[in-house]
Design a protein around this ligand. Structure first.
Ligand code: FAD
Length: 495
């Protein structure tokens, strides 16, 4: 018999609750530990997982497989063709390798919860015990409750309750070490030779596959695996965290934030590791604003996961506040494509959309600006933007992405009120004051000086503007704003 861990978006050995529990159990029963990863094209398709994220995952799996092999633990990576049969697939695999106990970490999206529940039920019939563990959040969803006993729907009170809870309950005190080596007496290399010998990993479907050159470029930009995650974390803490509060809103500063979202979303770094390292780095003193500010951002991640867990309807294409369904959206494919291509005529929006298309990442401030622009200037359905983000981002995470979009479209928890509408020009002047970010991503404008760069169409003469080969704004912000207010008011019955 064997004990197994099934990796999903928890692609690391250290501080991995499910893996640790599986290893402990294997050890206490004198059994070998083996591991599984299922590669499902249909899941990637259904979840709009981006080619960059799939590539990051495959690069990480290679590292994980090598690290596990050093511990004599095999990692079997297998393709699933029919996602509806995933649970059968897992159980067949368990039966084949005589696994009586399977562990995994919980995913809070509805599809995944249903599938796992099915697997628990089906497993029982075959004498295979499947246990899912809370792992991805620092504080497991639904634990924190407001005075009225409800889950929080506003961030600030959530954070006020989250922070003391983390200290009081020592949530980041005892991080799990990686599993130990499989006992030589199990002769795992022989018993599981087939699992060790797998030579090639699955190839993503053509529409989810990166060209080789693109793959090489992104591999350099976003090195994979947990070792890289930890060294990136260390560099961020040593060099930048103390200035985080001043730099975090500046897209022109490439190192103003940690750039760790790709690791947190793939699970090459746990949120507990991030919080713990940040606290240790502050050397037990009361946290300074940089360290505190960064931990607060990590808390947003927990907050949005608990929103998802408590409100499964947000997984079903629905607004958190369902009345927002009644807001009438435009169907303008040309506008959507201009937004996607970074050709809206609003330099900050275009710079951000081009950053996304090239680096598969976008600065948080810019995510808010372009999301607001899509819903409130172009009046396009926020779900179109949400889906596009997911299909491009290397750090795509359903809970954070959905909540980010619902925040900007005003339909979510703790959202911007619908009448607060970002002005892309003032946002640009405030957060990219010297236009460096725009200059980097919109080369047509690289020679512009001063405030011209934020709003070339109205600050340059028509002749000068024409020379730039840069589009005029596709909508006029003031008029678009008025229209958005109208639409929201009438959708919400506030007229
Ligand atoms: P840092 O500033 O260094 O923050 C550290 C970590 O805290 C991040 O890696 C992230 O895990 C967490 N965090 C920070 N801000 C937020 C936030 N607002 N919401 C949730 N978690 C946060 N984040 C994703 O990880 N995946 C997404 O798909 C995603 N989509 C978004 C879509 C929109 C419209 C918006 C407004 C935000 C979205 N975010 C998403 C949140 C945020 O933009 C990114 O987490 C952040 O830009 C990542 O950069 P960083 O790692 O350098 O962040």
């Amino acid at each position: 018999k064997a004990v197994a861990h099934w990796f999903r978006w928890d692609l690391r050995l250290s501080d991995n609750t499910g893996l640790h529990r599986a290893a402990e159990s294997a050890k206490s029963q004198g059994l070998p530990l083996i591991c599984l990863y299922l590669f499902s094209h249909q899941d990637f398709h259904a979840h709009l997982t981006s080619p960059a994220r799939i590539d990051f995952c495959l690069r990480t799996l290679q590292i994980l497989k090598d690290d596990l092999a050093k511990l004599d633990i095999p990692l079997w990576v297998e393709e699933v063709t029919d996602r509806k049969r995933t649970q059968n697939h897992v159980l067949d695999w368990c039966e084949k390798w005589d696994v009586g106990e399977l562990h995994a970490n919980m995913l809070y999206e509805v599809d995944e919860l249903r599938r796992d529940a099915k697997l628990v039920r089906e497993g029982v019939k075959k004498d295979i015990r499947f246990t899912v563990h809370h792992d991805t959040c620092v504080v497991e969803p639904m634990v924190l409750r407001s005075g009225a006993g409800k889950t929080y729907s506003v961030f600030t009170p959530f954070f006020k309750s989250w922070e003391p809870y983390v200290y009081r309950n020592k949530c980041v005190q005892d991080l799990f070490p990686p599993p130990g080596k499989n006992d030589p007496k199990h002769t795992v290399r022989e018993a599981f030779a087939e699992l060790f010998s797998q030579t090639s990993f699955p190839t993503p479907n053509p529409n989810k596959r990166l060209e080789q050159k693109e793959a090489q470029r992104l591999a350099k930009l976003w090195p994979a695996g947990e070792h890289e995650a930890r060294s990136r974390l260390r560099r961020f803490l040593d060099e930048r965290v103390s200035k985080y509060v001043d730099t975090r809103n500046r897209p022109d500063n490439d190192s103003g934030t940690s750039g760790l979202s790709v690791h947190l979303s793939a699970g090459t770094l746990s949120a507990r590791q991030a919080v713990r390292a940040c606290m240790d780095h502050n050397k037990g003193k009361s946290l300074d604003s940089g360290h505190h500010g960064w931990i607060r951002e990590l808390c947003f991640r927990d907050f949005y996961k608990q929103i998802l867990a408590a409100n499964p309807h947000v997984c079903m294409n629905k607004a958190y506040h369902e009345e927002y369904h009644k807001v009438k959206w435009e169907y303008n494919e040309e506008h959507f494509q201009r937004w996607v291509q970074g050709k809206t005529g609003y330099p900050i929006v275009d710079a951000a959309m081009r950053q996304l298309a090239t680096n598969k990442y976008m600065h948080n401030r810019c995510r808010m600006i372009v999301a607001s622009f899509l819903c409130k200037d172009l009046l396009l359905d926020w779900r179109k933007g949400e889906n596009y983000f997911m299909s491009e981002l290397i750090d795509g995470d359903f809970a954070s992405n959905n909540a980010g979009w619902q925040f900007c479209s005003s339909s979510g928890t703790d959202a911007q009120p619908y009448f607060r509408i970002f002005n892309p020009l003032t946002q640009s002047e405030k957060f990219d004051p010297d236009g460096e970010y725009i200059r980097r991503w919109v080369p047509e404008l690289s020679k512009l000086k001063g405030k011209e760069i934020h709003d070339p169409a109205s600050r340059l003469s028509p002749a000068e503007f024409k020379k730039l080969s840069y589009p005029k704004p596709i909508v006029e912000h003031k008029a678009a704003r008025e229209l958005a207010l109208e639409r929201y008011k009438s959708g919400l019955g506030k007229n």
